[in-house]
Write a protein that binds this ligand. Structure first.
Ligand SMILES: *[C@@H]1O[C@H](CO)[C@@H](O)[C@H](O)[C@H]1NC(C)=O
Ligand SMILES: *[C@@H]1O[C@H](CO)[C@@H](O)[C@H](O)[C@H]1NC(C)=O
Length: 422
């Protein structure tokens, strides 16, 4: 008995609640600001209704908030439209799109300035009891397209490592509260890569491939006055080549926290190619010049050393000759007097060409003689002085070449003679 009364109360309560359902038709609060020639979409939904789940909708418009309505389009009645609008409905310029059982969208593909006014969304009742709102309205404001995107043409060729400034002027006539954004992108072949977007709220959004570079300061934004924006790409590389574009977009902010793009314009800025920098080329050239210079310097040193050595050699040869002449004279004298006191000189005379052994012995002694009277023939500063370390070594190659040659020794040239005279 107690259980039954409870159940009755619950059923009664639910039936009362059902009976109290009040239909709610909702459109965007607006006002909607749209640009002439652009697409307009106005959504409408219905809740708190009874009857079939799928609801029907009718759209009408009035010039004044409570003025005479003109039927536009219906989701169920093809003959609903005002004759003035039938053409636009037939062509699809004006259409209604069902999004859900309880939601549709009125679409105007290309809005005209004469389309400005109040748009009414109405739902025929499917309720057992008429209750709630069966229609809702929103104001549509149609503004002229005053968006202008005028970029400056970037230099067609930039050296690698330099800065590339991409200037773009994005303006509109401010008759209603609209906002602007500017987007730079680069096209390479068929693909277009977004670099950076500034706005519409003063925020910066970078393209995926440019996020790091922006964070590192390799890309910076210079917002100027009156819609003049500059994007500076630092230290360009050949990967920055491409056709740059500037996109200006005008936005409106609607109640409900939505940013609506109302018009956009994309302009090609120009194609930029990147050449290897003079700096890089310069450093290469410097390396080249340095290397060549080094080689030349080494050659000069080699030539100087050779000159010095050959002069020393000639001096040596002259000395050798002198000595040999002396020795020869001595030998002749010894032979004449039958007195071979000096076997060294004797052997030297009999030695065949190319035989080195005894000659080295002789040369060693000669060296010793030379070292006892070093450079006796040279006045100081007569010609470049070899380093002291080389001095004891200098006669060696003389001996070697000397060894290859049998006496008489090569004729000294005039220069060597001169030196000897000194
Ligand atoms: C930007 O464009 C506007 C409108 O076209 C113009 O008045 C303004 O002088 C331009 N600014 C620059 C810096 O080019
Ligand atoms: C222009 O920029 C807007 C906003 O970033 C973007 O939605 C749109 O796709 C861009 N249009 C073109 C043609 O790049």
């Amino acid at each position: 008995m107690k259980m039954d009364s409870c159940l009755f109360t619950l059923v009664f309560g639910l039936s009362m609640l059902g009976g109290c359902l009040a239909r709610v038709v909702t459109v965007s609060p607006g006002p909607l600001i749209r640009v002439e020639g652009q697409t307009v979409s106005i959504r409408c939904d219905v809740t708190e209704y009874s009857g079939p789940s799928e609801q029907d909708f009718e759209w009408a418009m009035s010039k004044e908030a409570n003025g005479k309505k003109m039927n536009i389009i219906s989701s169920f009645d093809t003959r609903y439209s005002n004759p003035l609008l039938r053409k636009r409905v037939a062509s699809g310029d004006i259409s209604v799109v069902r999004l859900k059982d309880n939601e549709v969208e009125l679409k105007i593909a290309e809005v005209k300035s004469t389309d400005a006014g109040f748009y009414w969304c109405q739902t025929p009742s499917t309720d057992s009891v008429i209750s709630g709102n069966y229609e809702a309205k929103v104001q549509l404001t149609v503004i002229l397209n005053t968006l202008k995107v005028s970029p400056l043409t970037p230099p067609p060729v930039v050296p690698e490592g330099s800065d590339l400034t991409l200037s773009c002027n994005v303006t509109r006539e401010l008759s209603h509260p609209t906002y602007l954004s500017v987007t730079w992108s680069v096209k390479r072949g068929a693909t277009s890569e977004e670099i950076l977007t500034f706005g519409p709220q003063g925020d910066v959004v970078t393209g995926a491939k440019y996020t790091r570079r922006y964070a590192d300061g390799g890309i910076r934004l210079v917002p100027g006055k009156n819609g003049f924006f500059e994007l500076v790409i630092s230290k360009v590389t050949t990967s920055d080549e491409g056709t740059y574009e500037c996109n200006g977009t005008e936005w409106t902010y609607e109640n409900g926290g939505k940013w609506i793009k109302i018009v956009e314009s994309t302009k090609e800025m120009g194609t930029v190619s990147v050449t290897p920098t003079e700096k890089l080329l310069g450093s290469n050239t410097w390396i080249c010049v340095g290397a060549k210079g080094g080689v030349v310097l080494v050659l000069i040193i080699v030539v100087i050393v050779c000159c010095v050595r050959s002069k020393q050699k000639k001096r040596m040869q002259l000395k050798d000759e002198e000595e040999l002449r002396l020795a020869w004279t001595n030998d002749q004298q010894h032979h004449q007097h039958n007195h071979p006191s000096d076997p060294r000189h004797h052997r030297c005379q009999q030695q065949p060409a190319g035989h080195t052994g005894p000659r080295q012995h002789r040369s060693k002694q000669q060296r010793e003689q030379q070292q006892q009277h070093p450079r006796a023939l040279d006045p100081p500063g007569a010609y470049p002085e070899p380093s002291p370390r080389r001095l004891p070594q200098a006669p060696r190659p003389v001996d070697k070449t000397d060894d290859e040659q049998p006496p008489p020794l090569p004729q000294p040239n005039k220069k060597a003679v001169k030196i000897q005279r000194v």
